[in-house]
Design a protein around this ligand. Structure first.
Ligand code: NAD
Length: 487
């Protein structure tokens, strides 16, 4: 395996040192910066400006001023600008993929094939929705109008950096809202490239603003801001709860996309030779750093040995390494704190007595630098174990055995989370019946293709609200009833 030197990001020094506020690149109110670490080399590759509450005030003021004009803008005009943003993402896809590779270690092939194109899809969906969305409908003689909620604060994580940004920015501006974006401080480079292309697309000044910085400074100032009408956060449960607390005094709308511990139920009639490898790859996609990763594989006890062998063969065959290599399937974990968390959870699994089928603690052999975790599969996991209950956010899969269908469903639901779920089985009626018993916001039957129109979000502690498609768009709308409208 090879190591490699760091590349410089394709973001201009001018842009790195600034925020995008009111259509311009402006310096922070108080000069400060934060370093961006390439997880493949552990070296700093850039410094970006670090904001404070004062920068948030400036961005919110710009967004507030731009709001009436953008809200009144015809949907067709909003769609036109979104179309331009979509085109520019596709034109600049290589630059964006390289930034994602550098800032969070996304394997370049994965960034090109998934992280960037799926991010573009959220923009296309928002544009297309505007063609026939009915902002006014009649219920009897009452008109029901859907209006943009106002200024939105958008807070995003590092694991799918660009994708999480477009999942919020696109529907918000399609709805007629204006926004202040705070990207993750750990992955701010693709966000800066996104701000540049939004500018180049000709969005009016103030509609989109970006302030980089930490959660406890910039994020917290946004959550508490009296002139922000809504916050949408994707991140950990800790940050989601803090945002809701800070937002409470100003009674703003808060939507949260938080953690997950998604089950993957293999029914006895599933095609195990296909379902197990697909389940492993799906759990380990993006190095397991996906909130909806199906990290609990729930299988019939009689098939446990077969599942373990298939899972080990799949995990052992995954190419982990330099994210800039075309052959790499999994790059490093995105940052040091996350790498350490994954290590401690692997240790916890061993200490609790789970059977280690493959992988384990430590770096991938051959690497003495870079946050390369070993794809790890545990079997004979009890649902009460920490590795089955806590989100690990790394390439660690738990295999849990069941003796009856009722027990499989009970294990699937034995979690504080409820984001994603998978069911595999050839009898589609049975698979549907099991899906309807699982308490989660999105259930996938037999690994279907990704659907950008399927609403995405959590039951229980996985959050509040939905993203993607029509329901994701409607989160950014207020409802006004005009009674007597048709009288
Ligand atoms: P994080 O909570 O550390 O950070 C997320 C964002 O919140 C960052 O921009 C951060 O700066 C900000 N933040 C942190 N503290 C804040 C505070 N007090 N006030 C305001 N903002 C604050 O999460 P992360 O480590 O970047 O991301 C990983 C987590 O995100 C995982 O738990 C994962 O499950 C979750 N996630 C959820 C989804 C989903 O759609 N449900 C998608 C991706 C990631």
């Amino acid at each position: 395996m090879t190591t490699h030197s760091s590349n410089h990001p394709s973001v201009d020094a001018h842009v790195l040192a600034r925020f995008y506020i009111n259509g311009q690149w402006v310096s922070p109110a108080v000069p400060a910066s934060l370093g961006v670490i390439n997880p493949a080399t552990e070296q700093e590759v850039a410094q970006v400006a670090r904001g404070t509450a004062e920068d948030v005030d400036r961005a919110v003021a710009a967004a507030r001023e731009a709001f009436p004009g953008w809200a009144a803008c015809a949907p067709a005009e909003r769609a036109r600008v979104l179309g331009k943003i979509h085109t520019l993402i596709l034109e600049r896809k290589e630059e964006l993929a390289q930034a994602l590779c550098l800032e969070m270690g996304a394997a370049i092939g994965f960034a090109r094939a998934m992280q960037v194109p799926l991010a573009a899809e959220h923009v296309r969906v928002a544009r297309d929705l505007l063609a026939d969305y009915r902002f006014q409908t009649l219920e009897g003689s009452t008109a029901i109008e859907r209006e943009p909620i106002g200024v939105c604060g958008l807070i995003t994580p590092w694991n799918w950096p660009l994708y999480q940004i477009t999942a919020k920015v696109a529907p918000a501006i399609a709805a007629g809202c204006t926004v202040v974006l705070k990207p993750s401080e750990l992955s701010p480079l693709s966000a800066l490239l996104f701000a540049q292309l939004v500018h180049d697309a000709g969005l009016p000044p103030g509609v989109f603003n970006l302030v980089n910085g930490s959660g406890h400074e910039v994020g917290a100032a946004m959550a508490a801001h009296a002139d922000i009408d809504m916050i949408s956060i994707t991140g950990s449960n800790r940050a989601g709860a803090l945002v809701a607390q800070a937002a409470a005094p100003t009674v703003k709308r808060v939507t949260q996309e938080l953690g997950g511990k998604s089950p993957n139920v293999l029914l006895p009639d599933a095609d195990f030779a296909k379902a197990v490898p697909l389940g492993v790859m799906s759990a380990f996609r993006n190095v397991g750093q996906s909130c909806s990763a199906p990290t609990r594989m729930i299988v019939p006890r009689s098939r446990l040995a077969e599942v373990e062998a298939l899972a080990a063969a799949t995990a052992n065959g995954i190419v982990v390494g330099n994210p800039q290599s075309e052959d790499t399937v999994l790059g490093p974990i995105a940052n040091q704190a996350q790498f350490e968390r994954v290590q401690s959870m692997i240790e916890a699994g061993i200490a609790e007595g789970a059977k280690r089928v493959c992988g384990g603690p430590g770096r991938v052999p051959g690497f003495d630098k870079g946050f390369y975790a070993r794809p790890t599969v545990f079997s004979e996991v009890a649902s009460s174990m920490r590795i089955a209950q806590e989100e690990i956010f790394g390439p660690v899969l738990c295999i849990i055995a069941y003796d009856s269908l009722d027990e499989a469903v009970a294990i699937a639901n034995d979690t504080v989370y409820g984001l994603g779920a998978h069911v595999q089985g050839q009898d589609i009626q049975l698979a549907r019946a099991v899906a309807s018993r699982i308490r989660a916001g999105q259930v996938h039957l037999n690994h279907p293709a990704w659907d950008p129109m399927a609403p995405f979000g959590g039951y229980k502690r996985s959050g509040n609200g939905r993203e993607y498609g029509v329901q994701g768009f409607e989160e950014y709308l207020e409802t006004k009833a005009i009674v007597g409208f048709g009288a």
